[in-house]
Design a protein around this ligand. Sequence first.
Ligand code: F6R
Length: 617
Amino acid sequence: MCGIIGYVGKRNAQPILIQGLKRLEYRGYDSAGVALFNQGSSNAITIVKTAKDNLPNGVSPLISLAGKLKPDSAQIGIAHTRWATHGEPNETNAHPHVCNKHGIAVVHNGIIENYRALRKYLESKGHTMSTGTDSEVLAHLIGENFDAKEKDPLISAVQKTLAEIEGTYGMAVMMKGYDGIVAARNGSPLIIGLGDEELFISSDPGPINDHTKNIIRLDDFQVARIGPDGYHITNLDNDVFESKVEKITWDIKQIELSGYDHFMQKEIFQQPQTVQDAFRGRLGEKGVRLDGLDELGKVMPKISRIKLVACGTSWHASKIGKYLFENLAGIPAEVDYASEFRYAHPILDPAELVIVLSQSGETADTLEALRQAKKTNHTFGIVNAVGSLITRENDAGIYIHAGPEIGVASTKAFTGQVTCLYLMALQMGIERGVIDNYSVHKAELESLPGKIKEILDMDSNIKTIAENYAKNKNYLFLGRGINFPVALEGALKLKEISKIHAEGYPAAEMKHGPIALIDKNMPVVFVATGRDTLYEKVLSNMEEVKARKGKIIAVVNQGDERVRDLADHIIPVPTTSKWLAPLLNVIPLQLLAYHTAVIRGKNPDKPENLAKAVTVE
Ligand code: F6R
């Protein structure tokens, strides 16, 4: 959460920082601010901040910030876009935070858990706090720890401060009269960008991709200085590190709208490619090739159980994974929320492979769950963000290869994750001798991108359905078996971006409670593809809804005439195998949520109170 960008070089920092914040806005958009230091003209740091609550409806803090900045040629600066955790999302609480003692400015992503005690201590030392945030104590503690006798007093003060705090941070610090930026991380990602006679600090590679392809990812408890003399990385004890320089391989076009109205829309429409990219090069003639699984080597045949751990949409993908591992590979699987797993002291079987799923590879709960699991078990990651912390801490893993996902509501990462889970289940099933029709699975998977395109072609029909119910206050999503997690995902998408209350349920559970809510004002989305034994039962559930005058929107297979008679709206999707059906069925639900949000005047890329990548607990 929160985005950080910093610049030191010979160019004017202002436009670089503002452009960088635009790229980071998906990480938080409650408020924004910059600190600029112009060595040439003054010895002071200029701070400019702005917040949503002070602005006319619909004006983004970034637009306002850019408007408030006076022309200036500062060549050092840090900037921040905020997703509030402690303290209201107002202008006072916007970053940078300042300690006047030495003219220190700090931007911070993360949570300082012992901030109350630190605040008291700092107040006893004469510091006056002016915000309601936890982050402000960082600026004051650095000021308090500043000792001009040290070789680089700012680096030393930051190291000392970080040893005294409990919590997580990705942070950047400037000081008046100081010719660089000091940055540090623990839990919240931070990279250094290595340009031509210029250096950057950023929460992710997006903002610096225009300027350089060379980056260094900071590790936890590392402190870096960037300045005219280059970069210098140490730990809290001042031991020096030589870090690996990585090349950003993706293209800037991947993080631009490219003609779409919103990133969420672009990412929904990218999904034929997402699925293809997830299986490309991995479907051999005789079986699946997943290098990540091979890395586990001798461990694999001993695996007799699977535990999937994730949050949000990744948790829904994991629920689908359970069906795949159990039904295709014959391996018992369970799914846990990472936030629960990490505190549950789970009793893991040593033969249990713990698979963590994460789009961002940064989610704090998932990362901590992984660290817990690693103490006793083998761990495996299915991650989208290349080089992210979760990928680095896993024993082995595979990438989804979906490219950057900017839309706050996750879409293409979900289909990428499910495709990867399917591939894993196939490979494990083949290795265990329980799959003897691999070529059928392969052909069906290869046909999916074309089938997803067919569904995307129904976009305007789905928009019409969305128009019918955009004023409703509630929605219910029902599905059975492997379609139950799809119903959960449909409900999550809708509530996240349209602010309509929505619930996902196994269809048969409806009669145990939710049926009480059904009347003419309740649209009920049924995910009712496939013709197995559950199909008839779902039809009965539709009858129950119809009898109570609920409105039925049904995702069914093309040619399904029986549901046509019952439903108010039909979304016919191509037929595929039961195990791949979620990859098709989720697409209309994503479109339904997207259109509903737009019709209701919401920006789907900036859902209220949400931000991408939850790097705090
Ligand atoms: C929903 C959504 C969130 C994330 C969750 C996990 O649209 O985006 O629920 O799925 O925060 O994030 P990752 O997958 O990055 O660990």
